[in-house]
Design a protein around this ligand. Structure first.
Ligand code: ARG
Length: 457
């Protein structure tokens, strides 16, 4: 016999190591709010269907509320002997209100209880993360608006390609986050069904009202199959997939910020409060915040793979393996929140170094395509135009001149189709302004895209 709540059929106490090995309270105590909310909904339902008396229900709810207050105030002692958050709270309830506490678990199992708790937890966290994501999105729009006319080189292969506006580049970040927000909303919509009532795996013999508990907990409806209800962790995987993709986006933005703050690029200034120094090199100001966000992406990717691997080949229905879902999930939640916060605080504080961006765009023959397009407009086939401009660039490299710095005579060596109207298309301003269509880099389009984004955010 052991004194565990499930100890009736046991003839010896649990091995001390096994007790520690199987316990989850060290991390799942974080579900206490959701666990108490779930229990209150369950007790409310049990009273409605006649399993508990009104007085028993009231005692249970009042007891649970006291326990909630104790935990929140730090006056609760979690016991590893009681294994997990569910049994700790149930034992505390029985200690507080006596035998009525032992009735709470009627028609319920920890299997549907924990499935309910995690869904509620992920839903709560999704709502917090969605609003932090929005804060970052508006920060990006704020910066993009200030930088709608700022010219910088656009890159492919990290080689200067064509001039773009910094505002346009920032709106590319913004679009990634629009997709992330919609992925997060999808995850929330799919998870919002109540597993409560599935009990251990097969349902229960009590006349429970699953629609009522679903409604009390803000779920759209009860889940459809009891076996699936206790075994499904898709929502945790989906959340981690969202987290991985979001952080992949933030890691790309981070990489750019790291490059841009370097002396070699010198494109932006990051306020001191977001940077740190070196213990040996007095001159250093390091972009630690984006570097760390970039680094944390790896651990969240790891959590996604951990959850996928956890669920792979698991037979129905509940298996203790599932207790392993929590630490990766919790850490993914914490990491996403921290990274979003870091970015949301940092992005609006970024200042561009416009001169240096402009110089960089001028140096890399970024208007070469504009010159080719100019020749095409004058009737030359594009391939021939490509060749003419390629030769002009080779001459520019030799003489250390940008296309816009060459005289008309110099340019005409390569084609007499070039006239003195060529210089408008060779300016950076002309180049960006000419890309004036939906999704293009022209400042007017950037402003229109910002206005559109503000409407939808
Ligand atoms: N701590 C467990 C978990 O996190 C709760 C469910 C335990 N159920 C069971 N039959 N042992 O998954």
């Amino acid at each position: 016999q052991t004194n565990q709540s499930w100890g009736g059929r046991f003839t010896e106490p649990t091995d001390a190591f096994v007790e520690r090995f199987t316990a989850s309270v060290g991390f799942d105590w974080r579900l206490y709010q959701q666990d108490i909310n779930g229990s209150i909904a369950h007790a409310t339902m049990l009273e409605k269907v006649g399993v508990l008396t009104a007085d028993e229900k009231t005692q249970i709810i009042e007891g649970l509320e006291e326990i909630r207050a104790d935990i929140s105030a730090g006056n609760f002692e979690w016991s590893v002997k009681l294994e997990d958050v569910h049994m700790n709270i149930e034992a505390a309830l029985t200690q507080k209100i006596g035998i009525t506490g032992k009735k709470l678990h009627t028609g319920r199992s920890r299997n549907d209880q924990v499935a309910t708790d995690i869904r509620l937890y992920v839903r709560d966290q999704i709502d917090l993360i969605a609003s932090e994501l929005k804060r970052l999105q508006s920060g990006i729009l704020e910066l993009a608006e200030r930088e709608a006319d700022t010219i910088m080189p656009g890159f492919t292969h990290l080689q200067t390609a064509q001039p773009v506006t910094f505002g346009h580049h920032l709106l590319a970040w913004y679009e990634m986050l629009v997709r992330d927000a919609s992925r997060l909303a999808d995850c929330r919509a799919r998870l919002n069904q109540s597993p409560l009532g599935a009990a251990a795996l097969a349902g229960t013999t009590y006349p429970i009202d699953r629609a009522l508990t679903a409604e009390l907990l803000g779920f759209d409806k009860p889940t459809a199959n009891s076996l699936d209800s206790v075994s499904d962790r898709d929502f945790a995987i989906e959340f981690c997939a969202f987290a991985s993709i979001l952080l992949t986006h933030l890691s790309r933005a981070s990489e750019e910020l790291v490059l841009w703050t370097s002396a070699q690029f010198n494109f932006i200034d990051m306020p001191d409060r977001f940077c740190t120094g070196s213990s040996i090199m007095p001159q250093k100001k390091n972009p630690d915040v984006p570097e760390l966000v970039r680094g944390k992406t790896g651990r969240v990717n790891g959590h996604l793979v951990a959850l996928l691997t956890l669920m792979k080949s698991q037979p129905l229905a509940y298996n203790k393996d599932n207790q392993e879902d929590k630490e990766p999930l919790f850490d993914a939640v914490d990491t996403v929140k921290d990274c979003l916060r870091a970015f949301a605080d940092m992005v609006p504080a970024i200042r561009s170094r416009k001169d240096s961006m402009y110089e960089a765009a001028r140096r890399g023959f970024s208007t070469a395509t504009d010159l080719a397009d100019y020749l095409v407009r004058k009737g030359m086939p594009f391939r021939d135009a490509h060749e003419v401009v390629g030769k002009s660039v080779a001459y520019g490299i030799e003489t250390n001149k940008d296309l816009s710095e060459m005289s008309l005579d110099e340019l005409q060596q390569f084609s007499d189709t070039i006239g003195d109207d060529v210089f408008e298309v060779l300016t950076l301003e002309g180049s960006v302004a000419a890309r004036d269509h939906i999704g293009g880099t022209a400042p007017a389009q950037v402003r229109a895209a910002i206005a559109q984004a503000r409407k939808q955010l």
